[in-house]
Design a protein around this ligand. Structure first.
Ligand code: AHM
Ligand code: MG
Length: 321
């Protein structure tokens, strides 16, 4: 099986970007180790703090954020970082070529139940027209991403990543401590009979989303004339990974009630990297009105509705909206 670095070299990824990816993955291996140790490494449970989004931080959120932050800020290739767990942009090295955004520990509510969790990351070219620590560094549409990926801490630790070419899957080999290429090219089947949504929010959705989900639930009795299956992990990394593996449609729609009107997921370090991974694997990613990768961000921790997955199913829904 091919190792990560030769795969990136064969993909003609610039050396500085390869070095930066290595730094992110070094942090991911540390996180994977702590996750694996669980209660033994004292990382389960909550802190007394809240992040900027008003969410209680778990110990593992804070630890993962610190690991990534420390390693990235000592890299010569990073001009600035942004994180779900940091209020503002943090400055790196002046003149460095890249900026990095991440959700250090996605699916935090799964930490204490030994469920799937992950790290989502995205890399953009740094902007020379604004200061290194300006939030405008990250005010770039998702189509500017030069690398997007996630590490899924599940029964195996998996890396799913694209540098603009195919979405590739690697598995962490604990015997030598590196990621090995285990699926050279992920391709999402265009059709699906599986959907992924938090049904408890049904009462909060706009009517067209309610109608669509009701249609799927009607099974063979409804207009779709077939049985649909539902899966919800409570961790986007797990749900999107299933879709990248066997197809499906994932939705986190807008809510009709304030203050969570635009939905829950953040554009910069959740929606955009996942949208790039899905599109590079033949799928689609939309807010319902716009291609996610075309959105011009308006703020650092901006939230957007997300509809992503199998091409024909996403297309079907978009036509009804
Ligand atoms: P997090 O980054 O704080 O873990 O929150 C994001 C997560 C996503 O991974 C997941 O899709 C969603 O929140 C689940 O939300 P819900 O509470 O509606 O199940
Ligand atoms: Mg998250």
């Amino acid at each position: 099986m091919q190792r990560l670095i030769p795969t990136l070299r064969a993909d003609n990824v610039p050396l500085e970007l390869i070095m930066l990816i290595r730094t992110i993955l070094a942090a991911s291996k540390e996180i994977a180790f702590r996750v694996n140790q669980g209660a033994l490494s004292g990382v389960l449970g909550s802190t007394l703090d809240e992040n900027i989004q008003g969410e209680t931080q778990k110990k593992l959120d804070v630890l993962s954020n610190q690991l990534l932050k420390d390693m990235l800020l000592s890299s010569p290739d990073v001009r600035a970082i942004a994180s779900e767990e940091e209020d503002d942009v943090v400055k790196g090295q002046d003149g460095a070529p890249y900026i990095v955004a991440f959700d250090p520990l996605d699916g935090s509510s799964n930490i204490d139940i030994n469920g799937q969790i992950g790290t989502i990351f995205t890399i953009y070219p740094a902007r020379d027209d604004v200061a290194a620590d300006s939030p405008l560094q990250f005010s770039q549409p998702g189509k500017n991403q030069v690398c997007a990926g996630y590490v899924l801490y599940g029964p195996s630790t998996l890396l799913v990543m694209t540098t603009g070419g195919p979405t590739r899957q690697y598995t962490l080999d604990r015997t030598h401590g590196g990621y090995l290429l285990t699926k050279a090219e992920l391709s999402i089947p265009a059709q699906t009979s599986e959907f992924s949504i938090n049904m408890s929010n049904f009462h909060r959705w706009d009517q067209p989303i309610k109608d669509y989900i009701s249609e799927l639930q009607a099974g063979t009795e409804g207009s779709r004339e077939r049985q649909f299956n539902m899966r919800w992990n409570g961790a986007m990394v797990g749900d999107v990974h299933r879709i990248l593996s066997r197809g499906g449609i994932f939705l986190y729609p807008a809510n009709t009630d304030e203050p969570t009107k635009p939905g829950k997921l953040r554009l910069l370090y959740e929606a955009n990297p996942m949208a790039m991974l899905v599109e590079q694997a033949d799928g689609l990613a939309s807010t319902g009105t716009d291609r996610i990768l075309d959105i011009q961000p308006s703020e650092l921790h901006q939230r957007v509705p997300v509809i992503t997955g199998s091409k024909e199913e996403v297309d079907y829904l978009l036509k009804t909206l």
